[in-house]
Ligand binder design. Structure first.
Ligand SMILES: Cc1ncc(COP(=O)(O)O)c(C=O)c1O
Length: 391
């Protein structure tokens, strides 16, 4: 199999799998229980929290473990919004967010919140200026994706965060600033001081950890109403008996990813360039979506006019090659991707658009093989559809 859909999910690393097995056996006791084996479970969670806080450059008690990226995004937005609703009801986000943010904002709108969905430029990016000029007196929260999951566009989070810090230094505590760093995590800087964020979401399955475990960084003092109430775990922020094995595995995965960040960035950048150059050379009609430079090194989003993405994906699937036609959450939908629409791609061309996303387990030899297979398929589709060639 040639797996080129790493933005949807990544393969778990052996070292991470071992941690899951070990912790499932060794830390089975409920961490809230009052005896020695429970202490072992608590120590495992504390160790994981320390690893995340070290990488994010925050306090250990600012790390909240969740059930995944979707819950982290929901919590980051709904938690403060509910707590601040009497103070202000305006939220700013962008049109190219993941649905975990967009649908959360949509649901808050139904509850009386006023949401500004900032348009992006043709690359899927927002500018610091557009964010700052959208702020109103009653703006409580800004949520902007760090790097987009479909086109890889990287937003200027540091610039926006530092500008917001300056505004807040003059007195106001708001607006709070959240970023969905779920796709950015294995490649970009996660230092929350540098980024100037109050809230940041992560999901372990995007950096070779397991699915179903997420992290939310929440600055101490952030006004917050919990979404999940119960036994008061995670310092009252997220109740539920902790998933010790996956929490430990997520920490192991982020540590390994952090140690290899530079190498992985360079490796996938090289492979990305190889794919783009060869595809464009053999099929010059191909349109590259997203910014040529301000983009994640592992995501390639391409439109191949007159070639149906679904047909191409099925043909590649028969050859054991996995690619996608957008984000995994929307690829089953008949609606063209909201991200492609937001950057001005027509509904017709959106159906001709594919996403290839690279990861740790991709190597040059399989990329050469992939390029051979996709070239063969594209030539075959074009041959069987003479009207394409004549266009
Ligand atoms: C940018 C982004 N945000 C949120 C999510 C949701 O994360 P999870 O799958 O862990 O719920 C994803 C996953 O595809 C994503 O890419």
């Amino acid at each position: 199999m040639i797996y080129l859909d790493n933005a949807a999910s990544t393969q778990i690393r052996d070292e991470v799998l071992s941690v899951i097995n070990e912790e499932l056996v060794n830390s089975f006791a409920n961490p809230s229980s009052p005896y020695t084996p429970a202490r072992k479970s608590r120590i495992a969670i504390d160790k994981a929290r320390k690893i995340f806080s070290g990488i994010l450059n925050c306090q250990e008690n600012e790390i909240v473990f969740t059930s995944g990226g979707t819950e982290s995004d929901n919590t980051a937005i709904k938690g403060p919004a509910k707590a601040l609703e009497n103070l202000g009801n305006h939220i700013i986000t962008t049109t190219t967010e993941h649905h975990a943010v967009l649908h959360t904002c949509n649901s808050l709108e139904k509850q009386g919140f006023d949401v500004t969905y900032l348009p992006t430029d043709k690359y899927g990016m927002v500018s610091k200026e557009s964010v700052l000029s959208a702020i109103k007196e009653n703006t409580i929260l800004i949520s902007i994706i760090y790097a987009n999951n479909e086109i890889g566009a990287i937003n200027p989070i540091k610039e926006i965060g530092q500008a917001l810090k300056k505004i807040k230094n003059k007195g106001s505590r708001f607006p709070l600033f959240h970023t969905d760093a779920i796709q950015a995590a294995p490649f970009l800087d996660l230092n929350i001081e540098e980024l100037g964020v109050d809230l940041l979401s992560l999901s372990a399955h995007k950096f070779n950890g397991p699915k179903g475990i997420g992290v939310l960084y929440m600055k101490n003092g952030t006004p917050f109403e919990p979404l999940i109430t119960g036994g008061g775990q995670e310092r009252q922020k997220r109740s539920g008996t902790e998933n010790i094995a996956f929490i430990s595995a997520a920490a192991q995965a982020i540590q390994l990813a952090e140690d290899e960040k530079k190498q992985l960035y360079l490796k996938v950048s090289k492979l990305k360039n190889k794919i783009i150059n060869q595809l464009k050379q053999n099929h010059p009609e191909i349109i590259l979506n997203g910014h040529p430079l301000q983009s994640l090194p592992n995501i390639i989003n391409l439109t191949i006019p007159n070639i149906r993405a679904d047909d191409l994906i099925s043909a590649l699937d028969i050859e054991d090659v996995c690619i996608s036609n957008g984000s995994a959450c929307t690829s089953n939908s008949l609606e063209p991707s909201h991200v492609l629409q937001a950057i001005g791609i027509s509904a017709k061309l959106a159906l001709n658009t594919i996403r290839i996303s690279l990861g740790r387990y991709n190597f040059e030899n399989e990329i050469i093989e992939f390029l051979f297979i996709i070239d063969k398929i594209l030539k075959r589709i074009k041959m069987n559809t003479p009207e394409i060639i004549n266009k």
